[in-house]
Design a protein around this ligand. Structure first.
Ligand SMILES: *[C@@H]1O[C@H](CO)[C@@H](O)[C@H](O)[C@H]1NC(C)=O
Ligand SMILES: *[C@@H]1O[C@H](CO)[C@@H](O)[C@H](O)[C@H]1NC(C)=O
Ligand SMILES: CC(=O)N[C@H]1CO[C@H](CO)[C@@H](O)[C@@H]1O
Length: 457
């Protein structure tokens, strides 16, 4: 009776319920197509630094590092014993705050506070039979025994692929309770805040194999080692089932033949994961990226996409970026692609162009266009072109790009005959969010991050 007289009383709670149900499913990203992006608020685990003196002897770059997160995350660093300077650079920067770090190598040695594990010593003897790739391992052992120093070599590098399977076995053996297993290499930079925010969005009991396919093969089906990758506890449990006789079935034993036949350890790991668990790669590029800093393109597509990894970092860049990242002004927002501009393009505060600077712009402007008279006309043509974000001019050639790249200095004496100028479109970059005036912070380029939705391969 009352319901028919006042139907709104009945309808109101239903409408409210439907509204919440809809917004809940949206915030979990369900209706979005794979490979798309969605906006999502995430929490920062890094409180503001109290002591932000960069480069001072008493700067503690781990001061606000959320070490408690490491109770659930096992980080594994894979190195080569011949790479001493690189390994040291990594352990004193990117992995310096990872208190429970596992270091896997082809030689057992003490590296600062860490004990590198000779992960190849874990393999069955059958690996070395008729396997010329293992000659370097024997040579290294002999050299060490004689007190000789191991240097980087091509032969030594051939050992690298044999580390992928046993390092997963080992990470699980040493920390079977971890919710996440995170693997990186000594030339890979990691933005830890992005990792923590990403893992917060995902259930560790599920089956997750996350990373980026190799650069240049972005339709690939395995996580490229050079971008770092992550395995969930749920996946690792299925990958390494308990044996009736005790212990766990190791993938380094189970897939020995595969790794002998394939020169890419990361690819074999991907195949092993698929074979043993039925789980495919959840591609999260460009958040994970196998690109190096100098080749990173910042464009309209990735402007607000969180950045997690960089590859082929020089020791100098590793240290400089680490110190910069750990002391940049505090923000609750995630680190996104366009935030890199404050590191690579801080010079834009002094003006939009740079002389004796190589472009990395690729598309030459056709000859008949009037952009070729000088750097100035090249720049004004770029301004008129709605897609052009950066240009470069040298020896009558004007090039545009619809992305922003760091580029290189050009030696004024040798390379820089004549004019050699690169420039950036400050007005269009400002519209996107990178503002170089006094009132704005060049670190704050996005309203809200757009997270990549994993694309299952
Ligand atoms: C590595 O290089 C050093 C210096 O060049 C040399 O003394 C040493 O013998 C090399 N080690 C091996 C194993 O060849
Ligand atoms: C896993 O690989 C083995 C050996 O090649 C094969 O016999 C088996 O069918 C594979 N299992 C699945 C589920 O693909
Ligand atoms: C002016 C300048 O730096 N030009 C270079 C831009 O990049 C292309 C492609 O890498 C080079 O060929 C040009 O020399």
């Amino acid at each position: 009776m009352r319901l028919t007289r006042r139907p709104w009383r009945f309808l109101f709670p239903i409408v409210v319920f439907l509204f919440f149900a809809a917004s809940l499913s949206r915030s979990r990203g369900h209706p979005q197509p794979p490979g798309g992006k969605h906006k999502l608020r995430t929490k920062s685990y890094f409180p503001p630094l109290r002591n932000v003196k960069k480069d001072s002897v008493d700067t503690d770059y781990c001061e606000n590092f959320p070490a408690a997160k490491l109770d659930e995350i096992q980080v594994v660093l894979k190195i080569g014993a011949g790479d001493t300077p690189k390994n040291k650079a990594h352990l004193s920067t990117v992995t310096s705050c990872i208190t429970n770090l596992i270091v896997v190598s082809d030689h057992e040695e003490k590296l600062g506070d860490h004990q590198a594990i000779d992960i190849l010593a874990e393999l069955p003897a059958s690996y070395t039979v008729k396997n010329t790739d293992f000659q370097a391992y024997a040579d290294h052992k002999k050299a060490h025994a004689e007190g000789d120093k191991i240097n980087y070599s091509k032969e030594g590098w051939k050992l690298d692929r044999f580390k992928f399977l046993p390092m997963v076995d080992k990470a699980h053996e040493l920390n079977p309770k971890a919710k996440w297993y995170v693997f990186l290499e000594s030339d890979v930079y990691f933005f830890w805040d992005t990792l923590f925010r990403l893992l917060d969005q995902i259930e560790y009991t599920g089956m997750h194999y996350m990373g980026s396919p190799p650069p240049g093969k972005l339709d690939g089906q395995y996580a490229y080692g050079g971008a770092g990758f992550v395995l969930s506890q749920g996946l690792v449990k299925k990958l390494l089932p308990a044996k009736a006789t005790g212990g766990f079935e190791k993938i380094s034993h189970r897939y020995e033949q595969w790794i002998k036949e394939n020169e890419h350890g990361d690819a074999v790991l991907g195949e092993a994961i698929l074979n043993a668990t039925g789980t495919r790669l959840q591609a999260l590029n460009p958040t994970f990226t196998g690109e190096e800093l100098k080749h990173i393109s910042i464009d309209r597509d990735n402007w607000c996409v969180p950045l997690l990894s960089l590859h082929r970092m020089s020791n100098e860049d590793m240290e400089a970026l680490w110190k910069w990242e750990r002391t940049r002004p505090f923000t609750v927002k995630p680190f996104v692609y366009s935030n890199l501009l404050a590191y690579t393009h801080a010079h834009l505060k002094e003006g939009g162009s740079r002389q004796f600077w190589d472009n990395l712009s690729e598309a030459p402007v056709p000859n008949e266009r009037p952009a070729h008279r000088n750097a100035g006309s090249c720049g004004s043509e770029c301004e008129k072109d709605p897609h052009c974000l950066q240009y470069s001019y040298s020896q009558t050639v004007c090039r545009f790009a619809n992305y922003i790249k760091l580029g290189n200095a050009v030696d004024e004496q040798n390379g820089g005959q004549g004019e050699f100028t690169s420039g950036w479109e400050l007005r269009k970059m400002g519209e996107l969010g990178f503002k170089t005036d006094e009132e704005h912070d060049i670190h704050d380029t996005c309203e809200e991050a757009t997270w990549v939705i994993p694309e299952v391969r």
